[in-house]
Design a protein around this ligand. Structure first.
Ligand code: G4P
Length: 196
């Protein structure tokens, strides 16, 4: 997705060999036009699938997931990292450890928003170690629903997440794949998919 690559090159900041800062359009300030392009692209890539809901995890997954759900005309559900006072007690939960932040969250979804006949498209902003995606997959499995695919805005292909998820048999569509963040520069993976 060329417009996303251009945005990363012009506004992204390589903080270390593993972390890319993109808070001017994805993680803090949002670029709504770019989010809509992202939503259209995910809808196009998964157009052959029957999708009843889009699922993501708060916070930064919500914007691209919202745009995708809008284009697909289906509801968006986001898993919470902390229970709210109004939240139902009847919930699906999974543990998600972040290697990037060295934190662990119990992610939660009210049972009323996921049912066995749902066909779920998972969307997230980053794919690094795959912990968030695996946690979301667990929630869907607890409900007896089906994961039809996983859409990722920025895949860091030098980390193990994408490979782990593909090995479990889930189709992953990443809008950009980053091969390396070494020497302070973003190097994209060739358009060829190296996992297959
Ligand atoms: P994983 O889910 O693939 O295993 O990723 P990991 O635990 O390593 O990352 C946890 C958090 O760090 C996630 O955000 C993820 O989006 C973010 N993250 C991982 N790598 C990068 C990176 O290179 N750049 C940026 N900007 N973020 C990265 P989170 O804690 O859920 O944050 P938020 O969604 O609440 O904003």
């Amino acid at each position: 997705m060329d417009c996303l690559k251009k945005k990363i090159l012009s506004e992204g900041l390589v903080l270390s060999e593993t972390v890319l800062k993109v808070d001017s359009f994805l993680n803090h300030q949002l670029d709504p036009s770019l989010m809509m392009e992202i939503g259209k692209e995910f809808a196009k890539r998964f157009h052959h699938q029957k999708i009843s809901k889009v699922l993501t995890i708060e916070t930064s997954g919500i914007a691209p997931a919202f745009a995708t759900a809008l284009v697909l005309n289906v509801p968006l559900v986001f898993a919470r990292k902390q229970k709210t006072v109004t939240m139902d007690t009847d919930c699906y939960t999974a543990e998600v450890h972040s290697f990037t932040k060295n934190t662990t969250h119990t992610i939660t979804i009210s049972k009323k928003f996921l049912s066995a006949d749902d066909h779920i498209l998972l969307i997230d902003d980053f794919l690094a170690n795959g912990e968030a995606a695996m946690g979301l997959i667990q929630l869907v499995e607890q409900a007896g629903a089906t994961v039809v695919g996983i859409g990722i805005v920025i895949e860091k292909s030098f980390q193990p997440g994408a490979r782990k998820i593909k090995e479990k048999g889930y189709p992953v569509e990443s809008l950009v794949q980053i091969a390396s963040l070494q020497n302070g520069t973003v190097q994209f993976l060739n358009e060829v998919n190296h996992y297959e």
